[in-house]
Design a binder for this molecule. Structure first.
Ligand code: ADE
Length: 232
């Protein structure tokens, strides 16, 4: 997979791309690249944003600046770029990211993520140059860099080569193997700590019973989530 991240702060991703699963995916031939809007702005003095029409606080990322960056990267009209890759604007009001969306994105050959800053994008960027508007939650962050990392983190751990153990992404929270439910609880040594014992079934070596116990736990957690109850 090829992921392009458009941002005013490419340096923000330095730590992120050294994460084990991200580095693993990159070593497997997947690509993660950064395009700085400021490097391609047609305006003077590196200007990328402007004051909002109608007044109000903050600055808005300009549509001509976003178009120039997309053209510089893909060598064609952004209206055409959208025909063969998903171009995703990161905004607090977008479609909420969940595991189904992550799986959908992980199946794409290429993604473009647009991070905003300040008050966000000129609405025409979202209306005309993007295929999706995506949110990582209903709260407002100062920019789209953390959301871009969240999307890449979740998507890249699904790619071949990202996780050392290929099974670890299969039976995990919200996966099909668990019928879309949250994962069962995990325990490791010591088997008893301060009097808190690991459930006996996990020490039994009885694989069928362990499987049954885990799927019961996952279903119980799913029901609790559904009812908005705290985890047991
Ligand atoms: N940009 C600012 N806040 C955001 C959020 N919650 N999700 C996605 N992009 C954002």
């Amino acid at each position: 997979m090829e992921i392009d991240i458009f941002t005013l702060f490419p340096e923000a991703f330095g730590w992120f791309q050294h994460q084990h699963h991200v580095a693993g995916a990159l070593a497997h031939g997947h690509r993660l690249e950064y395009i700085n809007y400021r490097d391609h702005t047609p305006l003077k003095a590196g200007q990328v944003d402007d004051t909002p029409f109608g007044g109000g606080a903050g600055m808005v990322l300009r549509v001509d600046v976003v178009e120039a960056a997309l053209r510089a990267r893909y060598g064609r009209d952004p209206l055409d770029v959208m025909k063969d890759r998903r171009v995703i604007a990161l905004t607090p009001a977008g479609r909420l990211l969940d595991e189904a969306m992550v799986a959908e994105l992980a199946a794409e050959p290429a993604l473009t993520l647009l991070s905003g800053r300040y008050e966000g994008f000129d609405q025409r960027v979202i209306d005309h140059f993007t295929t999706d508007e995506l949110s990582i939650g209903r709260y407002v962050l100062a920019g789209g860099e953390l959301p871009a990392m969240v999307v890449c983190d979740a998507v890249m751990r699904k790619l071949p080569g990202a996780l050392g153990h290929e099974d670890s992404a299969i039976e995990e929270s919200f996966s099909q193997a668990l019928e879309g439910g949250p994962e069962y609880p995990h325990y490791t040594r010591p088997a008893e700590y301060r009097g808190w014992r690991v459930p006996e079934v996990l020490l039994s070596g009885h694989h069928a019973r362990i499987r049954e116990w885990r799927s019961e736990q996952s279903r119980g957690r799913a029901a609790a989530l559904e009812a908005d109850l705290p985890p047991q």
